[in-house]
Design a protein around this ligand. Structure first.
Ligand SMILES: *Cc1c(COP(=O)(O)O)cnc(C)c1O
Length: 422
């Protein structure tokens, strides 16, 4: 019988893959907690919670039970002109934990579409007021998704080269560090003076795809303050940072000035279902109220607020504040810090940083002997039963909250072995 990966090769075009040179994909048949099983029966520890989605563990029983009960009651109903308990309840519980200025929940079906909706809301908000504003301000090396608006805001040009001529107008600033904030603020002043800025979009505190790069919360706070004074709508893309990963529920909880719009997805449903949210302040929502129909937000996805996704999200958000998860979060935080201490002076470690359950190690390894270090590292970890997806020379760990002590230790050991091996 042909294996899954052989059958896959016949028909399937994978994301983020150069099929001429890529290795065959690994067939996964089962997942539980922090573990994935391949079709040969080997296990891998999911050290990145499958792109930081399955934070409560794979096949979490609370979440599967909630979804299973929901699908018996109401599978799906269109969300234009209709509503349902899972969406209503999710909006209530989210607004309890989101920054207090967030007032309305708009539903989408994935991260990129949450960003797309936020950008369109920002543009239309100004348009409804009769102002012409078309420029987006974004961070260098940001990542916001792969649809056109989101891609425009993203600053990782290696992904977006072929599309550059078709993108929205964006001005970029470097994420502020403690000693660069003044310079970045000056740059921002100049951009605001010379452009019709509509929105400022950012991944607060941690730029995920860029290599888990951190920036300064106080600096970001000042940028938001300046933008809001100039009537520029601030969009926090918390698709990666949301739901406890930075230690607090949201990275925006570290900020004094709160964003006008927020984008959430990934861990929202604990990886169970594609769903996303664009939340906004009352001021933004009110900007769409009018006797003129066309001032409303005419934007929808067929599967907006899918009841199964909402049920998964409800169960996940409730788990987030459960005693067991809170305890696991602080356990991981402390374990990361201890591990960072033990490797920080290693000659091959350029920098190690942690925040909440995120650990990132920038490696200083000469490339000539090994060719593509990133791919070699990925293989090295997989051979040891550990799934980590290094970003360039950065190895990061962002495990499910429920990861067991010995599983986390095994991840650390494999990183230590990599430091000796390469
Ligand atoms: C993953 C991600 C996105 C895109 O989400 P998709 O669901 O993949 O479209 C956008 N922004 C950030 C910060 C992300 O991490």
């Amino acid at each position: 019988m042909k294996s899954l990966s052989e059958r896959d090769k016949q028909n399937i075009w994978h994301p983020l893959t150069q099929h001429q040179t890529a290795m065959a994909p690994i067939g996964i048949v089962k997942a539980k907690g922090a573990l994935l099983w391949n079709e040969e029966g080997n296990t891998f520890i999911d050290g990145i919670a499958s792109w930081y989605t399955c934070m409560y563990g794979h096949a979490n029983e609370t979440i599967t039970a909630a979804v299973s009960a929901q699908m018996q009651r109401l599978d799906f109903v269109l969300f234009s002109g209709f509503t349902h308990e899972p969406a209503v309840k999710l909006s209530e519980i989210l607004l309890e934990i989101l920054p207090s200025n967030q007032a309305k929940i708009f539903f989408n079906d994935n991260g990129s579409t949450a960003v797309e909706a936020a950008l369109k809301m920002a543009f239309q908000y100004h348009h409804n007021k009769g102002e012409k504003r078309g420029t987006i301000i974004a961070f260098e090396d940001g990542f916001h998704g792969d649809t056109f608006g989101a891609m425009s805001a993203s600053g990782l040009s290696s992904y977006n080269g072929p599309f550059e001529d078709f993108l929205l107008k964006v001005e970029r600033i470097p994420p502020p560090q403690k000693d660069t904030t003044t310079a970045v603020l000056e740059q921002l002043d100049h951009i605001i003076e010379t452009n019709d800025c509509a929105a400022f979009i950012f991944e607060p505190l941690v730029q995920g795809a860029a290599g888990m790069k951190f920036h300064d919360a106080k600096g970001l706070d000042k940028l938001i303050e300046k933008c809001q004074k100039a009537g520029i709508i601030c969009i926090a893309d918390e698709i990666m940072t949301g739901f406890g990963k930075t230690g607090k529920n949201f990275a925006s909880d570290y900020l004094h000035h709160k964003p006008d719009l927020m984008c959430l997805s990934k861990a929202l449903t604990g990886g169970m279902f594609p769903l996303s949210i664009t939340s906004c302040s009352q001021t933004i929502f009110d900007g769409f109220l009018s006797e003129e129909v066309q001032k409303g937000f005419f934007h929808a996805h067929t599967f907006s607020a899918h009841p199964l996704g909402c049920a998964a999200a409800l169960a996940s958000v409730q788990l987030l504040s459960s005693r067991a998860i809170v305890a696991q979060k602080s356990y991981i935080e402390k374990a990361h810090k201890d591990f960072a201490k033990t490797i920080k002076n290693h000659p091959k470690v350029k920098e190690v940083r942690c925040l909440g359950v995120i650990l990132a190690v920038d490696l200083q390894i000469k490339m000539e002997r090994y060719g593509n270090l990133r791919d070699q590292l990925y293989q090295f970890f997989m051979e040891r039963g550990v799934l980590l997806r290094p970003l360039g020379n950065t190895v990061y760990v962002l495990p499910p909250f429920v990861i067991a002590n010995q599983e986390l230790e095994k991840i650390y050991e494999s990183i230590q072995s990599a430091l000796e091996h390469f």
